[in-house]
Structure formats: C-alpha cells, structure tokens
Design a protein around this ligand. Structure first.
Ligand code: ME8
Length: 650
C-alpha cells in the first residue's frame, strides 16, 4: 500500500427516516475495519460517516409524525450517532447534511458547476419515486407507473428545474471505467455500470420546487423556490466534510480511497458522483465498493414482517466483536448475505471459540503447567522455521485482500496461521516433549504458539478490536503502528513475557440468545389431525427433542494421538484423543474387534466430550466415540476432511 499514503474512507450517509438496521451496521463496520487497519499500518486516515437529512421522503416522514423536519432529523441523526458511539466506531467526522458548512459547500459546488457551463434551466416532465428519491424516464417504469427499483407508485412531476449536463460526461465516464479496472468493486458490478452508461445518459434534474426541505440555491441565482435535489446534496457530503467551500483545510485528503456503499445506490455513486466531480475539476475516487444485501433467515427484511435485524440487539446478545466477525466472514463482499442465529452461533463456537479462543487457553495452560507462565521465543526458529514460514506466507497475502474488499478471504487466510498453531500442538505434543526432557523444544513450541497468536491478533484487530486487545494484553504487548511494524512488517517474534491468565474469550453459545425466535417453517409443522411422519416416528419410540436438548451434548472432532490395546481385553482399546484441550483425553473404546491400535493412531474421530467419566476394566474413560454398527460390523464416524482437534460438531 506504500503508494497511497492517505486513506479517506466513507460510508453512505444514512437517511433519517428510520432507525439503523443490520445493513447500515454492515457498511459502517466494514468502513471501520478499513479505517482501523489504515491507521494501524501508518496511513493518514480519515473516516467519515453521517446522516442524510433533506428531501421529500424525510419531509413526509416528519409530517406523518407531527414533527418539524429539523426536529425529526435531530432525533434520528442522534440515534445513529449514539449507535456508532456505542459500537465504538472510529469515525473521524460525523456529518449531517443540515450542517451549515455542508449546505454552504453544496451551494458553492452548484455555482462552480454552473460557471463551468454544466447547469441550465428547463422544465422537468416525468416520474419521481419519493421512496428512492429518484427520477425515472417513462420507459423504465413497471406498468407505466411503478418504480423499477422499489415497486412503489411514482408521482408525475412537471416543474421548472435546473438540469445538470450529465450526457456531456458519458464518454469521459466510460473512459474512466475503462482505464481504472478497480474503480468499481467487485469488478462484476463495473460491467453493469458500463452497460448502463453505454445505453445513453440523459441530463439530470437537480432542483425541485414542489417542496421545501432542502438546500436553497446560492443567493445570486435569485430563485428561492428551488431546493437542491437530495442526491446532489447528499453526494457532496464527501467533499464538504473535508471543508470544500468553507475551509479547505482537509481537502488534501481528497480523493477518497474508498466509498463504501450498498448495491442499490451504485448508480448514484458510479455515474452521477464522478460526473459531478469532473464538472468540479476534482480527481475521482480510487474505489467505489458496493456490498450486497442482508436477508433474515432467507427472507427480505421489512418492518411489516417484523423481521428486521436490530444490530444493537444482536451485539448485546452475542457480543459486538463476534457480530463484526460474523458479518465480515460470512458473506463474500458484493454478494447477498443471510442473517440467522444458527449461522452466527456456528461462527462463534467454531471459528472463534475453537480455533482462536481455545488456542489461547491451551497456551495459557501449557505455559502455566510447564513454565510458570513464561513464554520465550528465543529458540522458535531453531525448531519451527517451517511453521514460521507457513505463517508468514499467509500473513503476507492479507493486506492486498483487504483493500480489494475481499474481506471474507482476508479472514479465511488469517485462520491458516491458527491452524498451523493447532496442528503443531497435535504434532509435537508438548506433554510428550516435557516427558522426554526436551524442555527447550517445548518452550520453543510455546513461543511459536504465542507468536502466531500475537500476529493473528494484530491482523484481526481491525475486525475485532476489543477481543484482540484482550489477547495482546494477555501476551504482554499493545497493538499499534509500532507492533504492526515489528511483528507483521518485520516478521519479528514476541519479546519474552509472562502470560496473563484470562477467562475464556468465547464461552460456548448453546442456544439462540435473541428473544425473537427463528421463524418456524410452517410446512414442517405437524398438522392437527393427520398423522405426520414426525408423529409416526415418535410412536416408534424415537422421542423428539428440541435443538436446545441436542446442544446439551458436546460433540467434538478429536485426533487419536496415542492408541494401545487394553491388556487382557478382547474388546477394548485405550486411546489418547486430542480434543483441543491442554492435554489429550483418555478414552476407552470397545472397538478392538474391528480396529487395531495401529488403525486408530493419527486418525480423527467424533467424541462425545461432556459425558461423566466412567471406569472400564479399571481404566478411566473421559469420552465416547461415535460409531455405527449394522450386521456388517462397526465403523467409526469421522469428519470427511481433516478438522482442527476440538472443532465442535453440530
Ligand atoms: O441510500 N442489507 O440511505 P439509506 C444491506 N441516504 N445493506 C442495506 C440493506 C440491507 N438489507 N438495506 C439498506 C441512502 N442497506 C442514502 C445514501 S450517500 C451519499 C446517500 C444499505 O439509509 C443501502 O444499500 O437508505 C445503503 O448503502 C445504506 O444501507 C444506506 O441506506
């Protein structure tokens, strides 16, 4: 990233006609992640968010609630700001389009565009969708009346209007898309925009006279009945926030590194906005990055269905950082995503709890048990250079993925070092090293795990700032530009330290925590009279249980790290199974008729991990293995692909 020393990152400014939902939180959290990474890696960063408060839609919403538009906007804008503050969003400025400086900047832009010959007065005749605040030519309407974007009825408008010469910029826009393959991300969206522009651009009506709630034209136009079109007003926020038109102090941050938006507002950002900037003689943004839409349990969210996901509720129930991780990991940027509590719980228990949290617990356990809590990296390279190389190869791929908006891949790649760490514990077995008196090697393994956790916590910090701060505190260092330089850029390991014991970071989530239950699939519900398959099964003696009962059983993937026969027993094998804990579990399994000790060694199994310990032939057994037996004999149930020891099954 060395060629771009600055990083100006923006979210859309949110309409104040409704409170924040998961879609708003998603854009804001992506922007926050980019901003945090930019700062940590030493870029001069400016992160802007805010609210979009003018326009007919807001005026009408306020009226329907018996409020003035300003009072209404004040209230909702404050609610957005409070949410971002509670979410610890690291914005540098929160702009409101009702700010006096912003309005002055918009007027200045109007004058400059006019002086450059790009604005003329005429009559606008056509259709307007108030909900989308968009003009549509009749040819684009559905059934001659309805908005092609949202399906709502459009209004016929015939009024005097100022126009922006959008058509004049058609060729320059096409040239820009052509010469800057990454100007619109993901790249597939760029093609959509090119096709649209090639279809021909008509000039854009940029003032309205039929309502009042907007920025007036500059006084010298002497045309007080006009207010600016809300999208001209809104888009300009990206410049006025830097002082355009009032105090240009921060204008050197321009052009934006990335405007983050949702796919529904791509046209405004990828066509109108660069054309306005061309008219203002200003450079164009580097990326316009459009994400997809979130649904809930496969359905579109809407107030009437009552299924809108409230980000505050989710974060309160599951933890803010867990929510952040889920949203960024779950969906490839640009694609649509589905929110379900099950998917969120899976991510928490598996990726976070098992792969990350458990690794830290193991490190704390090993360091405490063998070295009085001390961790020293001095000999890591001597014993584990290959592992270090693998870790660094993954870490090197990360930064470009982030600014290419491949955030899910960033996180995927960031999990590889964790699996190197988990694998190394299984492979080198610190408890065996200690038994064999190889203390230096065991300490080096400890150092390797700590180094990996340290590096991962730095690179994960932009996504999970709070959790990663806790990890780095436990590992005795602070995450900042200096540590990023030291352990990421220069690939150094951690200084020797004494590890701090901290409680588990990701307590296992056993059942959905949000009150609003997952909608029940009506078709799957048993009918009142007719016996359903489910009921028939019940009569056969298979009791139906709820998902919560199922979750009471802790099933885990285990790796058999030692296997031997139980003397004098025809049936039993004595196994040591690594289930991701500090030490392997001893399991006595009645499988010798079908498997020898050698067959079982280094294979993976599924373990019931929360059974009360039992004794078999005088040997303690701390788990049970899943197997299936029919007339043909018994076979073990195993994961289809190797999985980290301790991965929950469910
Ligand atoms: O469009 N999933 O504001 P807005 C994901 N004021 N994202 C969603 C979503 C969903 N279900 N629903 C909405 C505006 N969004 C203008 C922006 S910028 C100069 C002016 C996203 O509050 C949507 O895609 O209606 C958009 O990016 C953002 O929320 C703000 O929407």
């Amino acid at each position: 990233m060395s060629c771009h020393k600055k990083a100006y990152i923006t979210t859309p400014i949110y309409y104040v006609n409704d409170i924040a939902h998961i879609g708003h939180a998603y854009t804001t959290i992506i922007a926050d992640t980019l901003a945090r990474y930019s700062r940590m890696s030493g870029l001069d960063t400016f992160f802007l968010t805010g609210t979009d408060e003018h326009g007919q839609k807001i005026e009408e919403s306020a009226k329907s609630r018996g409020k003035t538009p300003q009072a209404y906007a004040d209230e909702i804008s404050a609610a957005f700001k409070d949410l971002w503050d509670d979410f610890d969003i690291s914005y540098d400025k929160f702009i409101r389009t009702t700010d006096a400086d912003h309005m002055k900047g918009v007027q200045k832009a109007f004058s400059v565009m006019h002086d450059n010959g790009d604005i003329y007065k005429d009559i606008y005749k056509g259709h307007y969708c108030i909900s989308c605040e968009t003009f549509f030519p009749a040819s684009q309407l559905v059934d001659d009346e309805f908005c092609p974007e949202c399906g709502k009825s459009t209004t016929i408008v015939e009024e005097e209007s100022y126009f922006f010469k959008l058509s004049k910029y058609q060729d320059r826009l096409l040239e820009w898309y052509e010469n800057n393959p990454e100007c619109i991300l993901p790249k597939s969206k760029r093609n959509e925009v090119i096709r649209f522009v090639e279809g021909g651009l008509t000039d854009l009506s940029i003032t309205r006279t039929s309502f009042d709630w907007g920025v007036k034209l500059p006084e010298n136009f002497n045309d007080p009945k006009h207010v600016m079109y809300v999208w001209l007003d809104a888009l300009m926020n990206y410049l006025t926030a830097l002082g355009y038109g009032t105090d240009d102090a921060k204008m050197d941050q321009w052009p934006a590194r990335v405007h983050l938006i949702g796919k529904d507002i791509l046209r405004f950002h990828a066509i109108y906005w660069p054309a306005f900037l061309m008219s203002l003689d200003l450079p164009l943004p580097k990326h316009i990055a459009a994400h997809g839409w979130w649904t809930r349990d496969g359905e579109k969210m809407s107030k009437s269905k009552g299924n809108v996901v409230n980000p505050r509720e989710v974060a309160d129930a599951y933890g803010l950082d867990n929510f952040r991780y889920f949203m960024l990991r779950e969906v490839p940027f640009g694609g649509d995503g589905d929110f379900s509590q099950k998917a969120l719980i899976d991510r928490i228990n598996s990726d976070l709890g098992n792969d990350l949290g458990n690794l830290l617990n193991r490190l704390i356990g090993m360091s405490g048990k063998y070295f009085e809590g001390k961790v020293d990296s001095t000999n890591v390279a001597k014993y584990y250079q290959a592992e270090l190389d693998e870790v660094h190869a993954s870490l090197d791929k990360l930064e470009p993925l982030l600014f290419d908006m491949q955030i899910h891949r960033y996180l995927e790649e960031l999990w590889r070092p964790l699996s190197v760490a988990n694998r190394s514990i299984d492979k080198y077995q610190p408890w065996t090293l200690m038994k064999e008196g190889k203390e230096e090697e065991a300490m080096a393994l400890n150092g390797l795990i700590a180094a990996i956790l340290g590096k991962v916590s730095v690179m994960l910090y932009p996504v999970m700032p709070d959790i990663c701060t806790k990890i780095s505190d436990a590992l005795g260092f602070k995450i900042d530009n200096a540590s990023w330089n030291n352990i990421i850029n220069e690939r150094n390991l951690l200084e020797a330290f004494t590890i701090e014991k901290i409680p588990p970071l990701f307590p296992r989530v056993e059942e959905p925590l949000l009150e609003q239950a997952e909608p029940i699939d009506q078709k799957a519900e048993p009918k009142a009279e007719a016996k359903t398959k489910k009921e028939e099964k019940k009569e056969e003696g298979v009791a139906l249980i709820g998902i919560d009962q199922f979750f009471q059983t802790s099933l885990k993937v285990g790796t058999v790290v030692k296997a031997e026969e139980v003397p004098k027993s025809k049936k039993l094998l004595l196994l040591q199974v690594d289930v991701g804990e500090e030490e392997p579990r001893q399991v006595v399994a009645g499988i010798k008729e079908w498997y020898s000790a050698d067959d079982m060694l280094n294979t993976q199994v599924c373990v019931v991990a929360n059974l009360k310990p039992a004794k078999l032939m005088g040997l303690k057994s701390e788990g049970m293995l899943l197997a299936a037996k029919d007339g043909d004999g018994l076979c073990m149930i195993r994961p289809e692909k190797p999985k980290t020891a301790g991965t929950p099954i469910g």
